[in-house]
Design a protein around this ligand. Structure first.
Ligand code: COA
Length: 690
């Protein structure tokens, strides 16, 4: 045994306890301890049955993710599980918390599974670009049938203990993991030779002669190919559970798992897993604590304001939504209530929970209603004068509250300066639709107090968001880089690419939508008005707007749309307009390959990311990656723009940027100093510490 695994006796039942905080991840020492414990009980004639349980907040939550990128260490998990399953005494997994990944695989290798009612059970490997690699895809279908196994493995979503019991995954729900689990094990011993999961065939047998049934399950749960390597591998492994003998299925699963584990996609997901958690850590002195927020206020009942208010109510926090216009308030409230009602319809929300949320959300037309809120989130119009007025008024109305602005572009230092307490002002930049998008940029202004920053991060977590701390600059991190991509899209259109080619290149790369379709969805007129106000021009986008092509809302933008449809269709009229615009500007067009399009759009963005990092606007490259994956659809399996650039190698990024700069004559395309420095030193963005 090791310090991390204890073996105790309760009469004739051996109790093996894994104790590896915080989540009992299966690092090598834990695996070794388990193997030793099983060997010890096997030869102990006093022992009739075994319970495997965990100390702390959860049963094993999976393989140790930090070990996955390193050379594999013995003993391997499949061998540990083999020892458990072939143990001649009944082994009972006593589950609580989240039995995930390798944790659930251990439980599947046990002869019985008992669980506390609140336990969640799942195989989340797909979310890390992996498949279960220790028998999960072979044993789960034998217990619960292929239908449930496909659903669980391909979604990665856990199920509750009760559902687990209905589906055959959980044998009993127990009130405690001590006496009740031990009693269960003792009774099991009395029943005699325990069933082994590997020998059970009743659930998979009907599919054995039904390859079409398996294909239908694959089509239903894996969806269309989207660049991810794990879903097709999961399908192959799950099919093997039905079509191959157990040992051959296990070998197939392991080979598929190892290939994924050692491949670039799972490295990208592991990077994001660590980056998301690092982004939440503030490294502030221990004396700095987040303030408790018991009541919030949101100013503005437009799309963003209503969405943000809904986030608070969804998280169980009372929130008042304030807007000078009673009409906007009614509309905002109506939109929120419709989403709740739709969730009830789909069975995602209970009627009682909807009522609870409705009661948590109040509305008011007077700013005075925010008095008593500990946090005020301002989501009024994007106008500096308006925001400064609101913030100044809040000084008297809510003198102790933390004041957050949801501005996308405005200078938060200037907004903070309108108050007598700039230390208590910060940005909380949500993304639309606020109830769906996980990202929140937590903007630290020049004078934001550490305690206020910590509160911003904590509140975002309470709302179930992924907070990333950024500094003040135009567009912060996300929109500042998006602006680069938008500019490059326009340049590329002028230089020779067409909208459908640009969008195809980026969707092939893994974005859910191309930049032209995104523009059409958001509405091209917004940026057009902003440019007009600033005296700026984007020839193609402006000409589209001048022709009344504002995007989907007018049925025509970079593409055209059939009434009631959101599918972009190539429009010869637009393509002629683009070609003519290039000619007018004296630009000789040339064709671009998909790879070139990707480089021309994304390398300048990476270059901007390097500047953002050098300026300290983002603390780490991983923060930028978390922002782009969670807020802008950058494919997670590529790890975000900075990780992607590191994976390509910065010398190549530098050389391509140099070549692009030579072709375009555009100074901003020249590699940023940080790119030059890191490339010369053979380092990547990941090595830059704040
Ligand atoms: N391996 C190593 N470390 C892990 C881990 C794992 N499988 N799962 C969680 N951790 C660490 C986290 O990095 C975090 O460390 P930190 O405090 O130093 O940042 C800590 O455990 C707590 O995790 P966190 O996610 O912040 O806590 P939570 O209570 O919100 O969620 C889990 C707990 C287990 C649900 C969640 O961490 C999770 O989903 N983990 C991944 C499970 C998984 O994918 N397993 C299969 C691996 S192949």
């Amino acid at each position: 045994m090791t310090d991390l695994v204890r073996l105790e006796r309760d009469g004739d039942v051996a109790v093996i306890t894994i104790d590896n905080p915080p989540v009992n991840a299966l690092k090598a020492e834990v695996r070794a301890g388990l193997l030793a414990a099983i060997a010890a009980v096997q030869d102990d004639s006093r022992i009739g049955a075994v319970v495997i349980r965990c100390a702390g907040r959860t049963f094993v939550a999976g393989a140790d993710i930090s070990e996955l990128g390193k050379p594999a260490m013995q003993p391997y998990l499949p061998d540990v599980i083999e020892a458990i399953e072939t143990c001649p005494k009944p082994v009972v997994a006593a589950l609580h918390g989240t039995a995930l990944g390798g944790g659930l695989e251990i439980a599947l290798g046990c002869h019985y599974r008992v669980a506390l009612a609140a336990t969640r059970l799942g195989l989340p490997e797909i979310k890390l670009g992996l498949i279960p690699g220790a028998g999960g895809t072979q044993r789960l279908p034998r217990l619960v049938g292929p239908e449930t196994a496909f659903a669980m493995v391909l979604s990665g979503e856990p199920i509750g203990a009760e559902e687990g019991q209905t589906r055959g995954l959980v044998d009993a729900i127990v009130p405690d993991l001590d006496a009740a689990a031990v009693a269960f094990a003792r009774e099991a011993a009395a029943r005699g030779q325990p069933p082994r999961t590997r020998d059970r065939s009743e659930a998979i047998a009907p599919y054995g002669a039904d390859p079409a049934g398996l294909d239908a399950l694959a089509a239903k749960h894996a969806g269309r190919p989207d660049g991810r390597a794990a879903p097709p591998a999961a399908v192959e492994a799950l099919k093997a559970a039905v079509t191959l003998p157990f040992q051959e299925g296990i070998a197939r699963e392991r080979a598929l798992f190892v290939a994924l584990r050692d491949g670039p996609q799972s490295a990208a997901y592991r990077h994001l897993f660590a980056a998301e958690r690092a982004a939440m850590r503030l490294d502030l002195p221990a004396s700095v604590a987040a303030r408790r927020i018991g009541r919030a206020a949101v100013i503005g009942a437009g799309t963003m304001g209503a969405g943000i208010a809904a986030c608070f109510a969804n998280a169980g926090l009372p929130v008042v939504m304030v807007d000078v216009s009673a009409e906007s308030l009614a509309r905002g409230r109506d939109t929120i209530e419709k989403t709740w009602a739709a969730a009830v319809q789909r069975g995602k929300l209970t009627a009682a929970e909807m009522e609870r949320r409705r009661a948590l959300l109040t509305t008011a037309t007077e700013l005075a209603a925010v008095a008593g809120a500990e946090l005020v989130v301002e989501a009024a119009v994007e106008d500096m004068a308006v925001k400064r007025d609101v913030f100044a008024a809040l000084d008297t109305i809510a003198p102790d509250a933390i004041l957050a602005t949801n501005t996308s572009y405005l200078d938060i230092d200037a907004i903070a300066a309108a108050t007598r307490r700039p230390g208590r002002v910060l940005g909380l930049h949500f993304f639309s639709p606020a109830t769906v998008m996980r990202l929140v940029e937590v903007v630290r202004a020049a004078r934001t107090d550490p305690e206020v920053l910590a509160t911003g991060v904590a509140v975002a977590r309470t709302l179930g968001k992924v907070p990333v701390v950024v500094g003040v600059c135009h567009g912060f991190v996300g929109n500042r880089m998006l602006r680069v991509r938008t500019t490059e899209t326009e340049r590329l259109l002028l230089a020779g690419a067409l909208p459908y080619e640009i969008d195809a290149a980026l969707t092939e790369f893994g974005f859910p939508m191309g930049p032209c379709a995104v523009g059409d969805l958001a509405g091209l007129d917004i940026a057009w008005r902003m440019r007009k106000a600033q005296g700026a021009r984007a020839e193609i986008a402006d000409r589209l707007c001048e022709a009344g092509r504002f995007g989907q809302k007018t049925g025509r933008g970079y593409f055209r749309y059939e009434p009631g449809s959101r599918t972009p269709i190539r429009d010869p009229e637009v393509e002629a307009l683009i070609v003519a615009t290039s000619a007018t500007l004296g630009i000789t067009r040339r064709p671009f390959t998909a790879d070139e399009i990707v480089e021309r759009l994304l390398f300048p963005m990476v270059n901007e990311g390097a500047r953002i990092l050098a300026e300290g606007i983002a603390r780490r490259a991983g923060d930028i990656d978390v922002i782009w994956v969670n807020g802008y659809g950058f494919p997670a399996y590529r790890g975000g723009p900075m990780h992607w650039a590191d994976a390509i190698g910065l010398p190549r990024v530098r050389d391509r940027l140099t070549a692009i700069a030579a072709e375009t004559g555009e100074a901003s395309h020249a590699p940023a100093p940080l790119v030059l420095e890191l490339a010369a030193a053979g380092r990547g963005f990941a090595s830059v510490a704040s």
